[in-house]
Each structure stands twice: as C-alpha cells, then as structure tokens.
Design a protein around this ligand. Structure first.
Ligand code: SAM
Ligand code: DTB
Ligand code: SF4
Length: 337
C-alpha cells in the first residue's frame, strides 16, 4: 500500500473499521460514518475507488429505466414528493397502467440499452386486487429479457411472496433519511413500517434496493445516520439509490437549500465504502448536475444510473446525452449477465 496514504487518518479508519466489521454482530457506528465524511476529499475518493475496484469494473455502469405505472393521488405525505395528494403540484393522478402499455415501454427501454426495468406506483401499499396485474407486469417484462424492479410502497409478507413467485428481481423501498430526521418529512408511515417491508422483501428472497434522499435540510450527522442504518441492515441492500432532492413546486421542500455538490459526492463515496458490494445508484437529481459533477459521482463509486428521459414524474437527462457522456468518459453500459 502507498505509505503516504497509509499514514493518513483515512487508513486508520480503514483498519479500525475492518477490525470492527469482522467481529460478529459488528455494526457501523454513526460516529464512524460521520468520521468518513470528514476525510479530505481526495483521500475519500481514493479510498472509495479502491473499494469500488475490488468488487466491480470501475468503467462499467448499470442502466435501469423507470416507468410510473400509477401516478399521483397518493395518500402519503412524504414532503419531497410531487405525487402526494396532500400537496398542490402539477402532477395529475392516473389509474394503474394497462399491461400492454407497460410492455411497450419495457421493449423501448430494452432497445435503448437498459438492463433493468423499474416500475413505480404512487401507493401507500398495493391493494390485494392490484396484485394480479402487477404480477403479470413482472412476468411480461422478464419475458422481454429485462431484470425487473418494483416500488409499490409497503408490502406485507404475502404480497412479497407473490411478487417473488412472479419472478421479481428487486424491490425498491427507501428508508429515505435517518430515523431522527424522518418524522419531519413524513407523518403517514413510520420508520419501522419501512423496516418491516424491507424484512418481508428480504425474507421472500427478492433483492433489496434501498437508499434515501439527501438535500432535504438534514445535517451531516443525519446523512451519516442514514448510511449507517443502510450499511447495518444484515445483509446490506444489493442496490442503494442515492437521490439528490429534486425540489418540486407545491411540495413542502420546494425551497429547500441545495446541498453542496461535494457533500453529495462524499455521500456517494461513503455509501460505496460502507457497502462495498452494493450497486450504488446515482439516482434522482442528475438533471440538475452538470457532466463534471456526475463524473465525480461515478469516480466516487456510483455504478448505476436511471437511464431515459423521465424518472417517475420529473425529468432525467436525455438518453442521447448519457450515451455521449459515456463515450467521453470511456464508460461502458453493463450488458446482460
Ligand atoms: N410510493 C412508493 C414509495 O414511496 O415507496 C414508491 C415510489 S416513491 C416516488 C420512490 C422514491 O422516490 C422515494 O422513496 C424517494 O426516495 C424518491 N423520491 C420521490 N420524490 C423525490 C424527489 N422529489 N427528489 C428525490 N427523490 C424523490
Ligand atoms: C429511487 O430511489 N429513486 C427513483 C426510484 N427509486 C423509484 C424515483 C425518483 C423519483 C424522483 C421524483 C419523480 O420523478 O417523481
Ligand atoms: Fe406516495 Fe411514494 Fe410519493 Fe410517498 S414517495 S407520497 S408513498 S408516491
């Protein structure tokens, strides 16, 4: 190992943590994660890159395409979300999308080069009467040759098993923030509700996609709290979306103070270091970043993006722009396994 780097606080942290993590039941303490945030930026990036390269091809990025299969009119009051019925936003509510439209969108995503198709519904939780149709969506999208992901809100154990039986590969359900900040953002479901859903998804044998949002006015300690919570899930999620708040007019967070971009990059790096084998997803907020900042996030260990012109209701960089960025950076899209 490089001796200069070895003498920095960074490597001391590395050693302490490695020791702590090999002990049975070892956990990331919030203070340790917060300490990572204070490491000099270049050292932090170096450390994140090293961890990244131990487990992945650093020039390869996974591409997922999102589709909102049921938009708006949601009963929950998540303060960041344009789809909540509690806030007056420009989003119009719609019913659950017919199967044929979903299949068509998935075919288009596959043709553009996506390997995973993520279907999102603005629900507190799916109704039992919806399960047949969403299960059919999973089956048909898989038949096209795409990995499947769904985010439908809270699930009970039976619903998770039903989705597993349909062949669902990933379920996205975010913790969104640290437990001690959560209550300032959402009142209609608890942190424990979210952990329970994650437990059902894990027990059903579906891969867990779970992350959060930064830039909602939380402190650095609370960002560290979110990462520690995710890293301490046993096992930690296979996929970790890091969303930068997209401020939407009409939501309570419309005028939130933007996060320092380097703090966002640090968050990506800290996620990479604490969850070495997870796919870290550079998620919402790319449209508001320039290419250089996105490149920095990828250099900090992010290795997946949402690909396609739209997230759920807000815009995302054009696929063509992403392809050009990949070309400029010599990045390749992950191919089917
Ligand atoms: N209704 C389901 C739920 O909440 O679990 C699924 C859809 S919900 C829109 C999925 C995730 O999108 C949220 O957990 C949140 O992390 C993210 N999200 C929503 N609005 C956002 C915004 N304005 N900026 C950044 N991320 C956002
Ligand atoms: C996630 O963590 N981010 C995606 C996906 N999971 C479902 C959603 C981002 C939504 C951004 C706001 C919108 O487009 O409505
Ligand atoms: Fe509903 Fe999900 Fe938006 Fe919360 S984040 S308001 S649950 S769609």
């Amino acid at each position: 190992m490089n001796t200069t780097i070895a003498s920095t606080p960074l490597s001391r942290l590395h050693t302490t943590r490695q020791r702590a993590r090999t002990a049975p039941g070892a956990r990331w303490r919030v203070a340790d994660v917060e300490a990572l945030y204070t490491v000099p930026f270049m050292d932090l990036l170096f450390r994140a890159q090293r961890v990244h390269r131990e487990h992945f091809d650093a020039n390869e990025v996974q591409l997922s395409t999102l589709l909102s299969i049921k938009t708006g009119g949601c009963s929950e009051d998540c303060g960041y979300c344009p789809q909540s019925a509690h806030f007056d936003t420009a989003v119009e509510a719609s019913k659950l999308m017919p199967l044929a439209e979903v299949v068509q969108a998935a075919q288009a995503a596959k043709a553009q080069g996506a390997t995973r198709f993520c279907m999102g519904a603005a629900w507190r939780s799916p109704k039992d009467r919806d399960m047949k149709l969403v299960s059919a969506m999973v089956r048909e999208v898989k038949a096209i040759g795409l990995e499947t992901c769904m985010t439908l809100g809270m699930l009970d154990a039976d619903q998770a098993r039903e989705l597993k039986d349909a062949g669902l590969d990933y379920y996205n359900h975010n913790l969104d923030s640290a437990a001690d900040f959560y209550g300032t953002i959402i009142s209609t479901r608890t942190y424990q509700d979210r952990l329970d859903t994650l437990g059902h998804v894990r027990s059903a044998g579906i891969n867990v996609c779970c992350g959060g949002i930064v830039g909602m006015g939380e402190t650095r300690a609370q960002r560290a709290g979110l990462i520690a919570q995710l890293a301490n899930l046993d096992p930690y999620p296979e996929s970790v979306p890091v969303n930068n708040l997209v401020p939407v007019a009409g939501t309570p967070l419309a005028n939130a103070e933007p996060l320092d971009p380097f703090e966002f990059v640090r968050t990506v790096a800290v996620a990479r270091i604490t969850m070495p084998k997870a796919v870290v997803r550079l998620s919402a907020g790319r449209e508001q970043m320039d290419d250089a900042l996105q490149a920095l996030c990828l250099a900090a260990g992010a290795n997946s993006i949402f690909y396609g012109d739209k997230l759920l209701t807000t815009s995302n960089p054009q696929a063509e722009h992403d392809r050009a960025l990949f070309e400029r950076l010599g990045l390749k899209a992950q191919r089917d396994e």
